[in-house]
Design a protein around this ligand. Structure first.
Ligand code: SIN
Length: 484
């Protein structure tokens, strides 16, 4: 199943100049599944050399030709869906069904941006002088660095790389050191699809700060796109300022999930299950605070708890498993610390609340009620299978509680009142709002946050703009010249 453990630079598989390798761990078993090339900051700069050399030629291809290669990549990813899904589960832990879903989700960005490549339209603007014409065109920004997380080892790469490639940029990807194998398999498929050398490069390595600094300090890199924590995003923002790079940041969230008295409670429970427990709660858009209005509070807690109790926990490659392990010991420790703090301050555990016997990184899906804004889990992202439930009285209280956070990625609200649905949509200070749905992720819509959840949008018609510069030309035609 594991074909590649070397990094991918300039169309070739390369070892670290030091010869060093690092271990990739299966979080379900704790076993080492591969040893991967551990590139240094200096090695990473060689990937920028390659991307910089390849960029003009790639940008000169017609959009149709770039789209053709992207479409072939899309087909190859789908043809290899099972192998890719198995790899995601092996190195990241999510259940196979979710991994298959991630491959389809990730591939959908490649297809979408293959189509968008051909729609990078310009504009003419009526000029301010009779002799002048104003032309607006869009050009690729140049070399892009994409720094991607472990929770979606495939989709977060394709969501960044596909619009960049479609726009005519070349890319250096630094995947998470927890999940490099999926990235390397994607590179093999990109090679098979016909991307020229240097257009897509994958830099594997554990020295994320050193590699990140070197890549961002390089003046040839014109754009950085990152998904990960707000703390790291702020560092990248600062580093990018030195060379005034374009930047997209998809950072932490603290998603409110609001259930109004007038909601369809069964639908709200379905939505909360999907939103909270996808990827064992390890997504930036996971419901992190579930607010339920007084009249339906007990009913919701009872129905939701029954569903959570029935979830099957285990290794992601086992049939029927719905909740896999946490990614590492730090992830588990955070879940436990949030829960201990909530219980110490008076919250009640309805279901779960303890580690699971499936292995050292497994946690039993948990519902905790009576949570209040003073508890740690109200202000920090838990990133695990713990669902905290808060009680509220009025619509304006729900809105105030939901917005009382520096984050603003995704929010959800269940209501059958049309006016309330619009009021909540407009009032929630979030980049993404799901009304009567717990799943908002799709390639056709702009994904991204406000406030400390980030900058820029990924996916949808807006996604490609992040990799384009707008150029304006002012043409003075002079006066008529009738000389023969
Ligand atoms: C994320 O957790 O960063 C991405 C989730 C998604 O695309 O749905």
């Amino acid at each position: 199943m594991i074909e590649h453990t070397k990094a991918f630079v300039d169309g070739a598989w390369v070892t670290a100049s030091s010869g060093e390798e690092f271990a990739v761990i299966n979080p379900a078993s704790g076993g080492c599944i591969a040893r991967v090339a551990d590139l240094s900051a200096g090695d990473a700069v060689r990937a920028v050399d390659a991307a910089h050399r390849a960029q003009p030629g790639w940008a000169k291809l017609s959009a149709r030709d770039r789209a053709g290669i992207l479409r072939r990549w899309h087909q190859l990813i789908l043809q290899d869906q099972d192998a890719l899904a198995a790899l995601i589960t092996l190195e990241m832990g999510k259940p196979l069904a979710e991994s298959r879903g991630e491959v389809a989700y990730g591939a959908s960005f490649v297809e979408w941006f293959a189509e968008e490549a051909k729609r990078v339209y310009g504009q003419t603007i009526p000029a301010h002088q009779p002799s002048q014409r104003i032309l607006v065109t869009k050009q690729p920004v140049g070399v892009v660095v994409a720094i991607t997380p472990w929770n979606f080892p495939l989709a977060m790469i394709t969501r960044k790389v596909s619009p960049a490639l479609a726009a005519g940029c070349t890319v250096v990807v630094k995947p998470s050191e927890d999940t490099p194998l999926t990235a390397l398999k994607l590179a093999q498929l990109a090679l098979d699809a016909g991307f020229p050398p240097g257009v897509l490069n994958i830099v594997t390595g554990v020295d994320a700060p050193g590699i990140g600094h070197a890549l961002i300090a390089d003046t040839r890199v014109r754009k950085v796109t990152f998904t990960g924590s707000t703390a790291v995003g702020k560092i990248l923002y600062e580093l990018s300022a030195a060379t005034v790079k374009k930047l997209s940041l998809e950072l932490g969230g603290n998603a409110p999930f609001i259930v109004m008295n007038d909601a369809d409670i069964e639908a709200a429970v379905d939505g909360a299950m999907l939103s909270k427990f996808r990827n064992a709660g390890q997504t930036c858009v996971c419901a992190n605070r579930i607010f339920v209005q007084e009249r339906v509070y007990s009913d919701f807690v009872a129905r939701f708890s029954a569903r959570v109790r029935a979830l099957t926990v285990g290794a992601g490659d086992q049939p029927g498993v719905e909740i896999g392990p946490l990614i590492n010991a730090d992830g588990l420790a955070k879940v436990e610390a949030h829960l201990a703090d909530a219980v110490a301050r008076g919250a009640q555990i309805e279901v779960g609340g303890m580690r699971h016997s499936a292995g050292p990184l497994f946690f039993t899906p948990t519902v905790v009620s009576g949570v209040t804004p003073q508890m740690r889990m109200a202000s920090e992202e838990t990133f695990g299978p713990v669902a905290p439930i808060y009680r509220f009285a009025t619509e304006s209280e729900a809105l105030a509680l939901a917005n009382d956070t520096p984050y603003g990625l995704a929010a959800y609200c269940y209501t059958r009142d049309l006016g309330r649905a619009f009021r909540m949509y407009e009032g929630l200070e979030y980049g993404i709002v799901g009304i009567n749905t717990g799943i908002i992720s799709t390639e056709v819509a702009p994904f991204g946050g406000v406030k400390e959840s980030g900058l820029g949008r990924e996916g949808g018609p807006h996604g490609i703009d992040e990799f384009l510069e707008v150029k304006y030309g002012c043409f003075d035609l002079g006066s008529q010249d009738d000389r023969v």
